[in-house]
Design a protein around this ligand. Structure first.
Ligand code: ADP
Length: 642
């Protein structure tokens, strides 16, 4: 937290943190058509503030009960002033001290917002950035600062629970904000009032009917009651009751209620792809309401991203940081409300509770079994989830030993067969005669994987190969992982063991003897390339291409090897094996050249090696030598044809 000197009595201007300034610029220039999200964001903040107070009041009841009239009922009020062109969202929650205000409303804490900015940064020019950001603002919600989409000035007046002093924060969203003490009479007795001085084209946000509809649609299930005051001096009228949706019987909840609730707690604008609401009774009594989103958040792969499951105990919000689901389910949103966890201990203690560990275990199992059920009953819908979150779920295969089999069963893959997702069950059901392994190819680009020469011998035998383009794939396919008793085997590693599997087309003469001249040419290649390769050998996996690189039988496969080497995690990168297609026309012709063509053959040897490297997405070993050799070979071909 920023350490700030107290400057009693006077107003003080401060610049926004650079990221906030960028974000505000986008807000002000946004052409996003549904600016109403600002109201959802402000109400969400107000509800959080009420829930935080409810929690702090467990240890310190005076915080809730200290008002003169003992108004302990937490509430949110949206006050409209059509004449004054303003809208205020007020809560009697935890409030903010001066320092908290400066920290919270001058910097950006959420990783999602930072990731959002990084994405927009890539776009050059303010106008383009604003255009690109516009549709995304609504999808991902960017918190408090979204107020500046509709307001030309925002005042925040707040009094922290348990303190006397009140502070005012004010900004026009143009690079700086001012903080000053607020007159006691102008401030809420406890909590925060956010006042939006609306832009001319946003005046209709003072219309009662419109606001009531918006609140019901966007924030109808916020667990704090919301009232409207439709003009200064009017009596507040409650329009949502703040009842916890998850505590209601399922039969009373409409699908649209779930969608609204999901949007308001997740700050998302999509429809959940899966909703899981159940009450566990017996040894543990708790209610779970989980949602799987249908779009991918920006920060899904941010290493700091935490789980997003809120923990409640008997309707009291405890924390949104409770690690209820494992990391590989970090895309699941929602909450757990326990009836058994102790309320009167610290958050940390609750986290360590064996009761919570038991909830964690059963909730994780339940999410996976629900996904499995969906995969069986509604494969299309499951495929949509897999499209978006499959890369994250696969992390579980190596992280969660206990549930590895369940995750392997869930996993879907692109393969050399068709374009649809295939399960391992599909794969194993289509094994070829004598096929004993599940073959895979890892890399970083599905299109390049599909054209890899390593696949040729497998295609020629109709052997399916899993194509694994995600970074996580290099890690989970490790030794020891198997499915249905079949080990996983990289097609870029070791000898291909394909000889025993019959070819689809008997003309592909595998096993036919290799010409003596080709055998000598292989020895010549090894001699010429020297230490750059571990071995040069005839290939069983190639049918159309002349060459490819493979990794030795033991140790990492080609993709993992390259990854470890580039991360500096490998002391001595093992040398690749150059496999040569002994029946390829080019290879046979080179092998048949007379001894007098030695220089040309050497050029060809290096070029073949470079070709194999480039097929894996690498550069030639030495770009200058490569281009010299290529020129010589081209010149010769022109010379011989003229
Ligand atoms: P987020 O809510 O995701 O943290 P916001 O930009 O919406 O991001 O809000 C920033 C911070 O400002 C909040 O985390 C909170 O600390 C503080 N804040 C915003 N509104 C209120 C409020 N009504 N009462 C207390 N604190 C608030």
């Amino acid at each position: 937290m920023a350490v700030v000197e107290k400057t009693e009595g006077k107003s003080e201007s401060r610049p926004f943190e650079a990221d906030v300034a960028k974000l505000l610029h986008l807000m002000v220039h946004s052409v996003y058509s549904d600016k109403s999200v600002f109201l959802r964001e402000l109400i969400a903040n107000a509800a959080d503030a009420c829930e935080r107070l409810r929690y702090e009041a467990i240890a310190n009841p005076a915080l809730l009960g200290q008002e003169p009239d003992n108004d302990t009922k937490l509430r949110i009020t949206v006050a409209l002033d059509p004449q004054g062109k303003s809208l205020a969202v007020e809560d009697n929650g935890i409030g903010m001290s001066r320092d908290e205000m400066i920290e919270a409303l001058g910097t950006i804490a959420r990783s999602g917002t930072k990731a959002f900015l990084d994405k927009i940064e890539a776009t050059r020019g303010a106008a383009e950035a604003a255009a690109e950001a516009s549709p995304l603002i609504g999808r991902f919600g960017v918190g408090f600062y979204s107020a500046f989409m509709v307001a030309e000035r925002v005042d925040v007046i707040s009094r922290r629970a348990g303190t006397e002093e009140a502070w005012q924060w004010a900004s026009e969203g143009k690079g700086e904000f001012a903080v000053s003490p607020a007159a006691a009479t102008a401030a809420p007795r406890r909590g925060t009032r956010v006042v939006l001085h609306l832009m001319d084209d946003a005046r209709d946000y003072t219309e009662r009917f419109r606001i009531e509809q918006l609140i019901k649609a966007q924030s109808g299930h916020v667990p704090v009651p919301i009232s409207i005051v439709d003009k200064p001096g009017a009596a507040p009228e409650e329009i949502t009751d703040g009842a916890a949706l998850w505590a209601k019987p399922k039969s009373e909840i409409k699908p649209a209620d779930y969608v609204d609730f999901y949007r308001s707690i997740a700050g998302m604008f999509d429809e959940p792809a899966l909703t899981l609401h159940y009450r566990a009774e017996g040894r543990q009594d708790y209610t779970t309401l989980f949602f799987v989103p249908s779009t991918r958040p920006f920060d899904l792969f941010d290493p700091d991203r935490k789980g997003r499951i809120k923990l409640y105990v008997k309707r009291v919000f405890i924390t949104d940081d409770a690690d209820i689901l494992p990391r590989y389910l970090r895309f699941v949103r929602g909450l757990v409300d326990s009836a058994d966890l102790p309320l009167n201990v610290s958050r940390e203690k609750i986290q360590e509770s064996p009761l919570l560990a038991a909830i964690r275990k059963s909730a994780t199992g339940r999410v996976l079994s629900e996904l499995e059920r969906l995969a069986e009953k509604e494969p299309q819908n499951f495929a949509k989830i897999w499209d978006v979150f499959g890369a994250v779920l696969k992390e579980g295969i190596y992280e969660d030993f206990e549930r590895r089999d369940a995750l392997l069963k869930l996993a879907r893959f692109k393969t050399t067969v068709g374009d649809d997702w295939r399960s391992l069950k599909d794969y194993v059901g289509a094994l070829k005669t004598n096929q004993t392994a599940i073959y895979y190819l890892t890399g970083d680009d599905l299109r390049r994987l599909k054209t890899s020469p390593h696949l040729e011998g497998f295609r020629a035998r109709g052997v399916e190969v899993l194509l694994l383009p995600d970074p996580v794939d290099t890690f989970w396919v490790m030794p020891g992982v198997s499915f249905d008793g079949k080990p996983f085997k990289s097609v870029t590693q070791g000898a291909a063991d394909l000889a025993l599997i019959p070819l689809l087309d008997a003309k592909g003469q595998a096993g036919a003897d290799i010409a003596e001249s080709v055998k000598q040419f292989l020895a010549f290649l090894k001699n010429t390339l020297g230490d750059a390769v571990a071995e040069v050998r005839a290939s069983e996996r190639l049918t159309d291409s002349a060459v490819c690189l493979v990794a030795p039988e033991s140790g990492p496969d080609r993709a993992l090897e390259k990854l470890l080497a580039s991360a500096g995690r490998l002391n001595s990168a093992s040398k690749p094996i150059l496999e040569v297609n002994p029946r390829h026309k080019l290879v046979v012709a080179l092998a048949d050249l007379p001894g007098s063509e030695r220089a040309f053959k050497e050029d060809a040897a290096h070029l073949l090696f470079d070709e194999a490297r480039m097929l894996e997405g690498d550069r030639p070993a030495d770009v200058k030598l490569f281009s010299d050799r290529l020129s010589r070979v081209l010149e010769r071909s022109l010379g011989s044809s003229s």
